[in-house]
Design a protein around this ligand. Sequence first.
Ligand code: HAM
Length: 440
Amino acid sequence: MLVLLVLPILPILKVTSIKGFKDVFPPAGTRRERMTTRACRVLESYGYGRIELPLLEKGELFVRAVGASSDIVEKEMYAFTDKDKDATLVALRPEGTASVVRAFIEAGGAREIPVARLFYTGPMFRRERPQKGRLRQFHQIGAEYLGRDDPAADAETLCLVDDICRATGIHGARILVNSLGDRECRPAYRESLTNFARSRIESLCADCRARLERNPLRILDCKNPGCAEATADAPLMADHLCDPCERHYGRVIELAEASGVKLQRTPRMVRGLDYYVRTAFEVVADHKDLGSQNAIGGGGRYDGLVAQLGGADTPGIGFALGVERMELAGGAEAEAVYADSILIAPVGESCEVAAALLARRLRLAGAAVEVESGARKLKAQMKRADKAGAGFVVLIGPEELAAGRPVVRDMIRKADYPGCFGLDDDAEAVLEAIRKVGNN
Ligand code: HAM
Protein backbone atom coordinates (compact mmCIF):
# COMPACT_ATOMS: atom_id res chain seq x y z
CA MET A 1 0.00 0.00 0.00
CA LEU A 2 2.76 2.36 1.09
CA VAL A 3 4.68 1.60 -2.06
CA LEU A 4 1.69 2.57 -4.18
CA LEU A 5 1.35 5.87 -2.35
CA VAL A 6 4.92 6.99 -2.95
CA LEU A 7 5.08 5.94 -6.60
CA PRO A 8 5.19 9.19 -8.62
CA ILE A 9 3.07 8.28 -11.66
CA LEU A 10 1.78 4.81 -12.35
CA PRO A 11 2.07 3.64 -15.92
CA ILE A 12 -1.32 2.89 -17.51
CA LEU A 13 -2.03 -0.79 -17.19
CA LYS A 14 -5.23 -2.75 -17.70
CA VAL A 15 -5.82 -4.68 -14.49
CA THR A 16 -7.94 -7.74 -15.15
CA SER A 17 -9.90 -10.00 -12.84
CA ILE A 18 -8.42 -13.23 -11.44
CA LYS A 19 -8.96 -16.49 -13.33
CA GLY A 20 -12.04 -18.29 -12.01
CA PHE A 21 -13.45 -15.13 -10.40
CA LYS A 22 -16.36 -13.69 -12.37
CA ASP A 23 -18.23 -10.40 -12.59
CA VAL A 24 -21.97 -10.65 -13.10
CA PHE A 25 -23.74 -7.74 -14.75
CA PRO A 26 -27.46 -7.03 -14.98
CA PRO A 27 -29.76 -8.51 -16.12
CA ALA A 28 -27.96 -11.79 -15.18
CA GLY A 29 -27.26 -10.43 -11.69
CA THR A 30 -30.89 -9.43 -11.24
CA ARG A 31 -32.04 -12.85 -12.43
CA ARG A 32 -29.67 -14.48 -9.96
CA GLU A 33 -30.96 -12.38 -7.11
CA ARG A 34 -34.55 -13.27 -7.95
CA MET A 35 -33.77 -16.97 -8.31
CA THR A 36 -32.01 -16.90 -4.93
CA THR A 37 -34.98 -15.08 -3.41
CA ARG A 38 -37.31 -17.81 -4.67
CA ALA A 39 -35.11 -20.45 -3.05
CA CYS A 40 -35.00 -18.47 0.21
CA ARG A 41 -38.77 -18.22 0.24
CA VAL A 42 -39.03 -22.01 0.03
CA LEU A 43 -36.48 -22.32 2.87
CA GLU A 44 -38.51 -19.93 5.00
CA SER A 45 -41.67 -21.92 4.29
CA TYR A 46 -39.89 -24.89 5.93
CA GLY A 47 -39.08 -22.80 9.01
CA TYR A 48 -35.47 -21.95 8.15
CA GLY A 49 -33.98 -18.56 9.02
CA ARG A 50 -30.96 -16.82 7.54
CA ILE A 51 -27.55 -17.00 9.22
CA GLU A 52 -24.82 -14.56 8.14
CA LEU A 53 -21.31 -15.98 8.39
CA PRO A 54 -17.79 -14.63 7.87
CA LEU A 55 -16.02 -15.39 4.59
CA LEU A 56 -12.72 -15.88 6.42
CA GLU A 57 -12.24 -18.57 9.06
CA LYS A 58 -9.34 -20.29 10.76
CA GLY A 59 -7.94 -22.83 8.31
CA GLU A 60 -7.99 -25.43 11.05
CA LEU A 61 -11.80 -25.40 11.00
CA PHE A 62 -11.92 -26.85 7.49
CA VAL A 63 -9.04 -29.23 8.09
CA ARG A 64 -10.94 -30.71 11.03
CA ALA A 65 -14.44 -30.59 9.50
CA VAL A 66 -14.02 -31.29 5.79
CA GLY A 67 -11.01 -33.58 6.29
CA ALA A 68 -7.25 -33.25 5.89
CA SER A 69 -7.24 -35.76 3.02
CA SER A 70 -10.14 -34.22 1.09
CA ASP A 71 -9.34 -32.50 -2.23
CA ILE A 72 -10.81 -29.29 -0.83
CA VAL A 73 -8.31 -29.08 2.02
CA GLU A 74 -5.40 -30.78 0.31
CA LYS A 75 -5.41 -28.82 -2.94
CA GLU A 76 -8.12 -26.22 -3.19
CA MET A 77 -8.18 -24.00 -0.13
CA TYR A 78 -7.26 -20.32 -0.39
CA ALA A 79 -5.29 -20.25 2.84
CA PHE A 80 -2.63 -17.86 4.12
CA THR A 81 -1.06 -16.81 7.41
CA ASP A 82 -2.47 -13.68 8.97
CA LYS A 83 -0.30 -10.85 10.23
CA ASP A 84 -1.13 -11.42 13.93
CA LYS A 85 1.61 -12.45 16.34
CA ASP A 86 0.54 -16.11 16.24
CA ALA A 87 0.64 -16.09 12.44
CA THR A 88 -2.79 -17.76 12.39
CA LEU A 89 -3.55 -19.81 9.30
CA VAL A 90 -6.76 -18.38 7.85
CA ALA A 91 -8.78 -19.54 4.86
CA LEU A 92 -11.47 -18.19 2.57
CA ARG A 93 -14.38 -20.53 3.23
CA PRO A 94 -14.56 -23.38 0.72
CA GLU A 95 -18.01 -24.42 2.00
CA GLY A 96 -20.56 -23.36 4.63
CA THR A 97 -21.30 -26.36 6.87
CA ALA A 98 -18.14 -26.06 8.97
CA SER A 99 -18.83 -22.37 9.63
CA VAL A 100 -22.44 -23.01 10.60
CA VAL A 101 -21.39 -25.71 13.04
CA ARG A 102 -18.65 -23.49 14.51
CA ALA A 103 -21.14 -20.61 14.91
CA PHE A 104 -23.75 -22.95 16.43
CA ILE A 105 -21.27 -24.20 19.03
CA GLU A 106 -20.11 -20.67 19.86
CA ALA A 107 -23.74 -19.54 20.31
CA GLY A 108 -24.26 -22.21 22.99
CA GLY A 109 -25.16 -25.20 20.82
CA ALA A 110 -28.20 -27.36 21.47
CA ARG A 111 -28.54 -25.90 24.98
CA GLU A 112 -29.42 -22.52 23.48
CA ILE A 113 -30.89 -23.65 20.15
CA PRO A 114 -32.33 -27.18 20.58
CA VAL A 115 -33.42 -27.39 16.93
CA ALA A 116 -31.70 -25.04 14.52
CA ARG A 117 -32.82 -24.59 10.93
CA LEU A 118 -30.35 -22.22 9.33
CA PHE A 119 -29.76 -21.17 5.74
CA TYR A 120 -27.07 -19.10 4.04
CA THR A 121 -26.32 -17.73 0.61
CA GLY A 122 -23.07 -16.32 -0.67
CA PRO A 123 -19.65 -16.93 -2.16
CA MET A 124 -17.40 -19.93 -1.49
CA PHE A 125 -13.81 -20.31 -2.69
CA ARG A 126 -12.02 -23.35 -4.08
CA ARG A 127 -8.88 -23.27 -6.14
CA GLU A 128 -10.07 -25.77 -8.75
CA ARG A 129 -9.26 -25.76 -12.45
CA PRO A 130 -11.78 -23.29 -13.86
CA GLN A 131 -14.13 -24.51 -16.58
CA LYS A 132 -17.80 -24.22 -17.43
CA GLY A 133 -19.75 -24.65 -14.19
CA ARG A 134 -16.56 -24.71 -12.13
CA LEU A 135 -15.27 -21.46 -10.70
CA ARG A 136 -12.81 -20.48 -8.01
CA GLN A 137 -15.34 -18.13 -6.47
CA PHE A 138 -18.80 -19.65 -6.78
CA HIS A 139 -22.03 -19.18 -4.87
CA GLN A 140 -24.08 -21.53 -2.79
CA ILE A 141 -27.54 -21.62 -1.28
CA GLY A 142 -27.05 -23.85 1.73
CA ALA A 143 -29.13 -25.10 4.63
CA GLU A 144 -28.31 -26.89 7.88
CA TYR A 145 -30.77 -28.63 10.19
CA LEU A 146 -29.21 -29.32 13.59
CA GLY A 147 -30.72 -31.28 16.46
CA ARG A 148 -32.61 -34.13 14.75
CA ASP A 149 -31.35 -37.56 13.77
CA ASP A 150 -34.62 -39.31 12.95
CA PRO A 151 -35.34 -40.33 9.32
CA ALA A 152 -38.22 -37.83 9.07
CA ALA A 153 -35.69 -34.98 9.24
CA ASP A 154 -33.75 -36.48 6.31
CA ALA A 155 -36.95 -37.03 4.31
CA GLU A 156 -38.04 -33.45 4.97
CA THR A 157 -34.63 -32.20 3.80
CA LEU A 158 -35.00 -34.15 0.55
CA CYS A 159 -38.49 -32.64 0.06
CA LEU A 160 -37.02 -29.20 0.62
CA VAL A 161 -34.33 -29.76 -2.02
CA ASP A 162 -36.96 -31.02 -4.46
CA ASP A 163 -39.18 -27.99 -3.79
CA ILE A 164 -36.31 -25.52 -4.32
CA CYS A 165 -35.51 -27.17 -7.67
CA ARG A 166 -39.14 -26.86 -8.71
CA ALA A 167 -39.52 -23.28 -7.48
CA THR A 168 -36.40 -22.11 -9.31
CA GLY A 169 -37.35 -23.88 -12.56
CA ILE A 170 -34.43 -26.32 -12.82
CA HIS A 171 -34.99 -28.70 -15.72
CA GLY A 172 -34.81 -32.45 -15.20
CA ALA A 173 -33.18 -32.51 -11.74
CA ARG A 174 -32.68 -35.96 -10.23
CA ILE A 175 -31.84 -36.70 -6.61
CA LEU A 176 -29.33 -39.51 -6.09
CA VAL A 177 -29.19 -41.03 -2.59
CA ASN A 178 -27.02 -43.43 -0.72
CA SER A 179 -26.24 -44.36 2.85
CA LEU A 180 -22.62 -44.08 3.91
CA GLY A 181 -23.08 -46.00 7.15
CA ASP A 182 -21.86 -44.77 10.51
CA ARG A 183 -19.02 -45.23 12.98
CA GLU A 184 -20.32 -48.75 13.74
CA CYS A 185 -20.42 -50.22 10.27
CA ARG A 186 -18.16 -48.06 8.11
CA PRO A 187 -14.76 -49.16 9.47
CA ALA A 188 -15.35 -52.80 8.48
CA TYR A 189 -16.61 -51.75 5.06
CA ARG A 190 -13.65 -49.43 4.61
CA GLU A 191 -11.32 -52.31 5.30
CA SER A 192 -13.04 -54.60 2.87
CA LEU A 193 -12.94 -51.89 0.18
CA THR A 194 -9.27 -51.21 0.88
CA ASN A 195 -8.44 -54.91 0.52
CA PHE A 196 -10.39 -55.08 -2.71
CA ALA A 197 -8.64 -51.97 -4.11
CA ARG A 198 -5.24 -53.37 -3.13
CA SER A 199 -5.99 -56.45 -5.20
CA ARG A 200 -6.57 -54.14 -8.22
CA ILE A 201 -3.80 -51.68 -7.49
CA GLU A 202 -2.12 -52.10 -10.90
CA SER A 203 -5.23 -50.80 -12.65
CA LEU A 204 -5.68 -47.74 -10.41
CA CYS A 205 -4.53 -44.21 -11.24
CA ALA A 206 -1.88 -42.46 -9.12
CA ASP A 207 -4.55 -40.43 -7.26
CA CYS A 208 -6.48 -43.55 -6.30
CA ARG A 209 -3.32 -45.30 -5.13
CA ALA A 210 -2.74 -42.36 -2.82
CA ARG A 211 -6.39 -42.52 -1.70
CA LEU A 212 -6.09 -46.19 -0.87
CA GLU A 213 -4.76 -45.67 2.65
CA ARG A 214 -6.17 -42.27 3.48
CA ASN A 215 -9.59 -42.02 1.85
CA PRO A 216 -10.47 -45.29 0.07
CA LEU A 217 -14.17 -44.44 -0.40
CA ARG A 218 -13.19 -41.74 -2.90
CA ILE A 219 -11.85 -44.45 -5.21
CA LEU A 220 -15.48 -45.21 -6.12
CA ASP A 221 -15.87 -41.59 -7.22
CA CYS A 222 -12.84 -41.48 -9.55
CA LYS A 223 -13.66 -40.21 -13.04
CA ASN A 224 -10.76 -42.15 -14.61
CA PRO A 225 -12.33 -44.86 -16.88
CA GLY A 226 -9.59 -47.36 -15.90
CA CYS A 227 -10.43 -46.97 -12.20
CA ALA A 228 -14.17 -47.18 -12.87
CA GLU A 229 -13.64 -50.46 -14.74
CA ALA A 230 -11.29 -51.90 -12.12
CA THR A 231 -13.73 -51.14 -9.31
CA ALA A 232 -16.95 -52.08 -11.14
CA ASP A 233 -17.41 -55.07 -8.81
CA ALA A 234 -16.11 -53.36 -5.66
CA PRO A 235 -17.93 -54.06 -2.39
CA LEU A 236 -20.58 -51.43 -1.68
CA MET A 237 -21.51 -49.72 1.58
CA ALA A 238 -25.19 -50.51 0.96
CA ASP A 239 -24.39 -54.22 1.45
CA HIS A 240 -22.45 -53.60 4.66
CA LEU A 241 -24.82 -51.36 6.63
CA CYS A 242 -25.48 -52.28 10.25
CA ASP A 243 -29.12 -52.86 11.22
CA PRO A 244 -29.79 -49.37 12.63
CA CYS A 245 -28.28 -47.72 9.51
CA GLU A 246 -30.21 -50.04 7.21
CA ARG A 247 -33.49 -49.26 9.01
CA HIS A 248 -32.73 -45.53 9.02
CA TYR A 249 -32.01 -45.50 5.29
CA GLY A 250 -35.07 -47.57 4.43
CA ARG A 251 -37.33 -45.24 6.41
CA VAL A 252 -35.79 -42.08 4.85
CA ILE A 253 -36.59 -43.42 1.38
CA GLU A 254 -40.06 -44.58 2.40
CA LEU A 255 -40.98 -41.19 3.91
CA ALA A 256 -39.47 -39.06 1.13
CA GLU A 257 -41.13 -41.11 -1.61
CA ALA A 258 -44.46 -41.01 0.23
CA SER A 259 -44.16 -37.20 0.08
CA GLY A 260 -43.75 -37.37 -3.69
CA VAL A 261 -39.98 -37.02 -3.97
CA LYS A 262 -38.42 -39.21 -6.67
CA LEU A 263 -35.14 -40.69 -5.50
CA GLN A 264 -32.54 -42.68 -7.36
CA ARG A 265 -30.64 -45.09 -5.11
CA THR A 266 -26.99 -44.84 -6.14
CA PRO A 267 -24.88 -47.30 -4.15
CA ARG A 268 -21.58 -46.09 -5.65
CA MET A 269 -22.15 -42.48 -4.67
CA VAL A 270 -19.73 -41.10 -2.09
CA ARG A 271 -19.14 -37.45 -1.23
CA GLY A 272 -15.97 -35.40 -1.36
CA LEU A 273 -16.25 -34.13 2.21
CA ASP A 274 -15.35 -36.37 5.13
CA TYR A 275 -18.05 -35.44 7.63
CA TYR A 276 -20.93 -37.44 6.16
CA VAL A 277 -22.58 -40.40 7.85
CA ARG A 278 -25.71 -42.30 6.85
CA THR A 279 -27.84 -40.36 4.32
CA ALA A 280 -25.88 -38.66 1.53
CA PHE A 281 -27.35 -37.21 -1.64
CA GLU A 282 -26.58 -35.30 -4.78
CA VAL A 283 -28.80 -33.35 -7.15
CA VAL A 284 -27.83 -33.81 -10.78
CA ALA A 285 -29.30 -32.40 -13.97
CA ASP A 286 -28.66 -33.60 -17.50
CA HIS A 287 -28.66 -30.16 -19.07
CA LYS A 288 -26.39 -29.73 -22.09
CA ASP A 289 -24.92 -26.49 -20.70
CA LEU A 290 -23.66 -28.26 -17.58
CA GLY A 291 -21.35 -30.68 -19.38
CA SER A 292 -19.48 -32.86 -16.93
CA GLN A 293 -20.20 -30.55 -13.97
CA ASN A 294 -23.72 -31.91 -13.63
CA ALA A 295 -23.93 -31.88 -9.81
CA ILE A 296 -26.13 -28.94 -8.96
CA GLY A 297 -26.04 -29.66 -5.28
CA GLY A 298 -25.12 -32.12 -2.60
CA GLY A 299 -25.62 -32.82 1.03
CA GLY A 300 -26.18 -35.34 3.74
CA ARG A 301 -26.13 -36.16 7.40
CA TYR A 302 -23.14 -35.24 9.58
CA ASP A 303 -23.90 -36.59 13.08
CA GLY A 304 -20.65 -36.40 15.01
CA LEU A 305 -19.35 -33.20 13.42
CA VAL A 306 -20.58 -30.90 16.21
CA ALA A 307 -18.84 -33.08 18.80
CA GLN A 308 -15.70 -33.28 16.68
CA LEU A 309 -15.55 -29.49 16.61
CA GLY A 310 -15.86 -29.27 20.40
CA GLY A 311 -19.62 -28.92 20.94
CA ALA A 312 -22.06 -31.19 22.78
CA ASP A 313 -22.92 -34.09 20.49
CA THR A 314 -25.73 -32.87 18.20
CA PRO A 315 -26.85 -34.52 14.97
CA GLY A 316 -27.21 -32.54 11.76
CA ILE A 317 -28.17 -32.76 8.12
CA GLY A 318 -27.91 -30.22 5.33
CA PHE A 319 -27.16 -29.46 1.73
CA ALA A 320 -25.85 -26.78 -0.58
CA LEU A 321 -26.89 -25.92 -4.13
CA GLY A 322 -24.42 -24.29 -6.52
CA VAL A 323 -26.00 -21.10 -7.86
CA GLU A 324 -23.98 -20.95 -11.11
CA ARG A 325 -24.86 -24.57 -11.90
CA MET A 326 -28.53 -23.94 -11.09
CA GLU A 327 -28.41 -21.15 -13.67
CA LEU A 328 -26.80 -23.41 -16.27
CA ALA A 329 -29.55 -25.95 -15.64
CA GLY A 330 -32.16 -23.34 -16.51
CA GLY A 331 -32.78 -22.26 -12.95
CA ALA A 332 -32.92 -18.55 -13.73
CA GLU A 333 -34.95 -18.88 -16.90
CA ALA A 334 -38.15 -18.30 -15.01
CA GLU A 335 -36.69 -14.87 -14.33
CA ALA A 336 -35.55 -14.20 -17.89
CA VAL A 337 -38.00 -11.36 -18.37
CA TYR A 338 -39.67 -9.90 -15.38
CA ALA A 339 -43.14 -8.54 -15.74
CA ASP A 340 -42.85 -5.34 -13.78
CA SER A 341 -39.71 -4.20 -15.55
CA ILE A 342 -40.56 -1.44 -17.99
CA LEU A 343 -38.49 0.60 -20.38
CA ILE A 344 -40.01 3.90 -21.54
CA ALA A 345 -38.90 4.90 -25.02
CA PRO A 346 -39.52 8.56 -25.88
CA VAL A 347 -39.20 9.11 -29.62
CA GLY A 348 -37.64 12.58 -29.94
CA GLU A 349 -36.65 15.02 -27.25
CA SER A 350 -40.15 16.57 -27.23
CA CYS A 351 -41.44 13.39 -25.58
CA GLU A 352 -38.80 13.19 -22.82
CA VAL A 353 -40.74 15.14 -20.17
CA ALA A 354 -43.82 12.94 -20.52
CA ALA A 355 -41.57 9.88 -20.32
CA ALA A 356 -39.78 11.09 -17.18
CA LEU A 357 -43.04 12.00 -15.43
CA LEU A 358 -44.64 8.66 -16.21
CA ALA A 359 -41.49 6.83 -15.01
CA ARG A 360 -41.52 8.65 -11.68
CA ARG A 361 -45.16 7.82 -11.05
CA LEU A 362 -44.73 4.15 -11.99
CA ARG A 363 -41.64 3.76 -9.78
CA LEU A 364 -43.56 5.15 -6.81
CA ALA A 365 -46.21 2.51 -7.51
CA GLY A 366 -43.53 -0.21 -7.23
CA ALA A 367 -42.46 -0.89 -10.83
CA ALA A 368 -38.85 -1.01 -12.07
CA VAL A 369 -38.62 1.58 -14.83
CA GLU A 370 -35.81 2.72 -17.09
CA VAL A 371 -36.13 5.75 -19.36
CA GLU A 372 -34.20 5.86 -22.61
CA SER A 373 -32.84 9.01 -24.24
CA GLY A 374 -35.25 10.64 -26.69
CA ALA A 375 -32.26 11.59 -28.81
CA ARG A 376 -31.59 7.96 -29.70
CA LYS A 377 -33.18 6.12 -32.60
CA LEU A 378 -36.10 3.87 -31.66
CA LYS A 379 -34.21 0.83 -32.97
CA ALA A 380 -31.32 1.50 -30.57
CA GLN A 381 -33.79 1.99 -27.71
CA MET A 382 -35.45 -1.36 -28.45
CA LYS A 383 -32.06 -3.07 -28.51
CA ARG A 384 -31.37 -1.65 -25.07
CA ALA A 385 -34.75 -2.96 -23.84
CA ASP A 386 -33.81 -6.43 -25.06
CA LYS A 387 -30.42 -6.29 -23.38
CA ALA A 388 -31.88 -5.00 -20.12
CA GLY A 389 -34.39 -7.88 -20.07
CA ALA A 390 -37.33 -5.46 -19.87
CA GLY A 391 -40.76 -7.09 -19.83
CA PHE A 392 -42.46 -4.16 -21.57
CA VAL A 393 -41.59 -1.10 -23.56
CA VAL A 394 -43.85 1.95 -23.32
CA LEU A 395 -43.35 3.91 -26.51
CA ILE A 396 -44.17 7.62 -26.55
CA GLY A 397 -43.76 9.34 -29.95
CA PRO A 398 -45.16 12.74 -30.95
CA GLU A 399 -48.41 11.10 -32.14
CA GLU A 400 -48.88 9.16 -28.91
CA LEU A 401 -48.08 12.31 -26.94
CA ALA A 402 -50.70 14.30 -28.84
CA ALA A 403 -53.31 11.58 -28.29
CA GLY A 404 -52.18 11.10 -24.67
CA ARG A 405 -52.09 7.30 -25.24
CA PRO A 406 -48.73 5.45 -25.61
CA VAL A 407 -48.09 2.10 -27.29
CA VAL A 408 -47.17 -0.85 -25.03
CA ARG A 409 -44.89 -3.51 -26.49
CA ASP A 410 -44.90 -6.92 -24.84
CA MET A 411 -41.24 -7.97 -25.12
CA ILE A 412 -41.93 -11.68 -24.67
CA ARG A 413 -44.45 -11.96 -27.49
CA LYS A 414 -43.04 -9.05 -29.48
CA ALA A 415 -46.58 -7.68 -29.87
CA ASP A 416 -47.73 -4.02 -29.81
CA TYR A 417 -50.79 -2.78 -27.94
CA PRO A 418 -51.59 0.84 -28.89
CA GLY A 419 -53.55 3.08 -26.58
CA CYS A 420 -54.18 0.60 -23.75
CA PHE A 421 -53.77 3.34 -21.14
CA GLY A 422 -53.80 7.11 -20.97
CA LEU A 423 -50.87 9.29 -19.85
CA ASP A 424 -53.17 10.91 -17.28
CA ASP A 425 -54.42 7.62 -15.78
CA ASP A 426 -53.23 6.98 -12.25
CA ALA A 427 -50.11 4.82 -11.84
CA GLU A 428 -51.95 1.77 -10.46
CA ALA A 429 -54.30 1.76 -13.44
CA VAL A 430 -51.36 2.08 -15.83
CA LEU A 431 -49.58 -0.87 -14.24
CA GLU A 432 -52.75 -2.90 -14.32
CA ALA A 433 -53.22 -2.16 -18.02
CA ILE A 434 -49.62 -3.24 -18.69
CA ARG A 435 -49.99 -6.43 -16.67
CA LYS A 436 -53.21 -7.21 -18.53
CA VAL A 437 -51.29 -7.00 -21.80
CA GLY A 438 -48.79 -9.50 -20.33
CA ASN A 439 -51.55 -11.92 -19.35
CA ASN A 440 -53.19 -11.91 -22.78
P1 HAM B 1 -20.37 -29.74 -2.21
O1 HAM B 1 -20.90 -30.94 -2.91
O2 HAM B 1 -18.91 -29.62 -2.07
O3 HAM B 1 -21.07 -29.70 -0.80
O4 HAM B 1 -20.89 -28.43 -2.94
C1 HAM B 1 -22.26 -28.23 -3.18
C2 HAM B 1 -22.47 -27.66 -4.58
O5 HAM B 1 -21.68 -26.47 -4.76
C3 HAM B 1 -22.01 -28.56 -5.71
O6 HAM B 1 -22.95 -29.56 -6.00
C4 HAM B 1 -21.87 -27.57 -6.85
O7 HAM B 1 -23.12 -27.29 -7.43
C5 HAM B 1 -21.37 -26.34 -6.15
N1 HAM B 1 -19.92 -26.22 -6.34
C6 HAM B 1 -18.94 -26.83 -5.66
N2 HAM B 1 -17.73 -26.47 -6.12
C7 HAM B 1 -17.95 -25.60 -7.15
C8 HAM B 1 -17.12 -24.87 -8.05
N3 HAM B 1 -15.79 -24.92 -7.98
N4 HAM B 1 -17.71 -24.07 -8.98
C9 HAM B 1 -19.06 -23.99 -9.06
N5 HAM B 1 -19.89 -24.65 -8.23
C10 HAM B 1 -19.36 -25.45 -7.29
C11 HAM B 1 -20.83 -28.76 0.16
O8 HAM B 1 -20.28 -27.72 -0.03
C12 HAM B 1 -21.46 -29.11 1.50
N6 HAM B 1 -21.11 -28.04 2.45
C13 HAM B 1 -22.94 -29.28 1.38
C14 HAM B 1 -23.60 -29.62 2.68
C15 HAM B 1 -24.26 -28.77 3.48
N7 HAM B 1 -23.60 -30.80 3.25
C16 HAM B 1 -24.26 -30.70 4.41
N8 HAM B 1 -24.65 -29.49 4.56
